[in-house]
Design a protein around this ligand. Sequence first.
Ligand code: 5GP
Length: 141
Amino acid sequence: MAYDPDNIFARILRGEADAHLVLNEEHCMAFMDVMPQSPGHTLVIPRQPAEDIFELGAESLNHLVAATRRVAQAVRTAFNPGGVMVMQLNGADAGQTVFHIHFHVIPRYAGEGLTLHARSMADARQLDEHAAKIRAALPAP
Ligand code: 5GP
């Protein structure tokens, strides 16, 4: 399948669609998932257009992993969860629904399951608050 330049994350990268931004840098962007599986669920994406991990250039992947770790650190500081899940899906059969590669950063708590994947929209004001909390905890590159 060819990369679709009109996928929602490409539109966010171009500023054509809104997002609750956590990080906006030379190589990567991070923003709140609008249908969080746990409060604080953040997505990290490269600027390079690539559907999945197989298409992304090695250098962009390195930047993406480094940015994902910083976001995971910030999510841990901001929400103090028991653990932080980092997840990345490739292909519809693996559950991928947006075809611009992204890492999910999801706070987890002992005994608490996850909300179902991409089912219910969160309150926009709450997402703004969560983004601000994570931005404030973001370590330097
Ligand atoms: P995937 O299933 O491809 O691994 O994850 C795509 C994620 O993007 C889902 O968790 C879904 O909730 C999220 N998502 C879908 N549409 C939007 C959107 O318009 N904005 C944001 N911020 N997240 C979205």
